[in-house]
Design a protein around this ligand. Structure first.
Ligand code: ZN
Length: 69
């Protein structure tokens, strides 16, 4: 289950995805803004620029190769 907050005024969302880290399967924190998305794993400290697609009932997070910021 994904938990998070959405600031519609600023178009920004902070999300936490359990087991979302592709490296260690730790909880992944996501910050999504209108222009970018970043993910951070507090367990292994992996940071990535991410591509987030939000659907009516779904959230997809992709980590493109070479996307390190
Ligand atoms: Zn991790």
């Amino acid at each position: 289950m994904i938990q998070g907050t959405l600031d519609r005024g600023q178009g920004r969302a902070d999300l936490s995805v359990p087991a979302g880290c592709p490296l260690c399967a730790g909880a992944l924190d996501l910050r999504v803004t209108p222009t970018s998305a970043f993910s951070y794993c507090g367990h292994c400290h992996w940071i990535s620029r991410s591509v987030v697609s939000v659907g009516p009932n779904s959230l997809e997070v992709a980590h493109p190769p070479g996307g390190m910021a």
